[in-house]
Design a protein around this ligand. Sequence first.
Ligand SMILES: [Zn+2]
Length: 530
Amino acid sequence: MGQMYQDAMARVRKFGKPDLFVTFTYNPKWKEITDALLPGQTTKDRPNLVTHVFNLQLDALLKDIKDGVLGNVIAKIWVIEFQKRGLPHMHILLILDEVSKIRTAEDYDSMVSTEISDPICHPKAYETITSCMVHGPCGPDFLNAQCMEQGKCKKRYPRFFSEETRCDVDGYFEYRRRQTRIFVDPKTQRVVDNQWIVPYNLHLATKYHAHINMEICSSIYAVKYLYKYVYKGPDRATVVIERRANMPGQDNNAQVIVANGEWQNRDEIKAYLEGRYVFAFEASWRLFSFRMHDRTPFITRLAVHEPGMHTVVYNDNASIFEIVNSERNQKTTLTEYFQANIDYPLAREVTYMDFPSVFTWTNGTKKWTIQQRGCCVRRLYFISPSASKRYFLRTLLTKVKGVVSFETTINGVVHDIFKSTCIALGLYDLDDEWNACLEEVVGMRTGAQLRSLFVTILAFGVPSESCMLWDKYKEHICDDCKVALQHRGIVEPSIEQIESWALHSLWDALAKFSKTLEDFGLPTPYVAFD
Ligand SMILES: [Zn+2]
């Protein structure tokens, strides 16, 4: 999932921010399902049926999107998830081309609705909206509702009425939500108006009769968190069974033993495998080998490794002898880039980073060939400065053209240590290096990850301009702190509070290296927290 997230961010760098975020949820009332249930059965008794029908609906929806019902799509990702009770849903993120971009209030209103449909003009949509697109019930009378946190709905329902679509300061859209009509839920007698309607697309709601939430996201600032949400993986719970150590008559080699509050003999891999929870719907989905995710266009991932230290994919039943001696397993995008530089003069005109714009990588043959058409999206694996050797190799590969081996000859001297090569070529200016390192990742790493990277740079790299780096990148380094403070009950945190929260976090992390913020001339937190 981590690699797919980084691929997604590479697509954002190439094509821009996503425009639409669609969540498609399975509907147990689909006719194809209810017609096929035997007397006395519910959908829970037929996971095979549920998964087959959802898979067919999903294919139809993806085909509609491909055919342009939401505009011309130039990049998309989708992921299947199973909720706690096991029902499947799909998240889709779409990037549209310039012609289809959603810009004006009219564009917004034609794409997304948040009002109860007209039962005369759109009877099918009315049926779907009233049965699938109503949020809640939640609020003071339903404090145990899933969406309730500290007495408030996390999803901000009921929303305000609004005569027109408008954008708020955080980049979230308040769609047009006029005070038009109401309906009464026949089962619960709950009176529902437009304040409770989840945003939807009229065409898709009419056609699919399911909960299809559609949001326009092109103006959301923190795009990386949107992709992170999509690639977060299934819900997880950790269950711990404890056993006292040295209890008479009990097996002291128990898998999990707690003594003096400390874990001992804890086999994390075994605990993960045995503790994994798969509901019948997910099991069925996987047994039928239905797809769990997809994305277009594909990304060429460029490996960066030391000699013989690359990743190898092999079959379970292959012997270690076969794996080690397979010629194919010796080849990577990097080793074959060296070879291509020997074989083709054209190859020597571009760096490794830009190689996929001229050459195409074929994984089947493990070869670079001159590209005939189109332009591929590429991503060079990010290497942390703490991985010293590979970090300098990566620096070399992004700046030097025509590299043919792990050894480089400069002025008659052979350098096989990447750092010494960088120094010999004058590519080693630490402050520039750390600046470039942060510049590259601010758009794709979360605030917490950036703080961890910043601490690594401070602890291992000792930049002379630490304070300049903090000032330049603090907006990104702090970009998750506002939400963290809001979760602590500070509704509108000030800039001082946000930066102080991040500085406290840096302070704690630096303490592990016996360093302090003052050692690097960084400001101390302006505000204290409990
Ligand atoms: Zn709610």
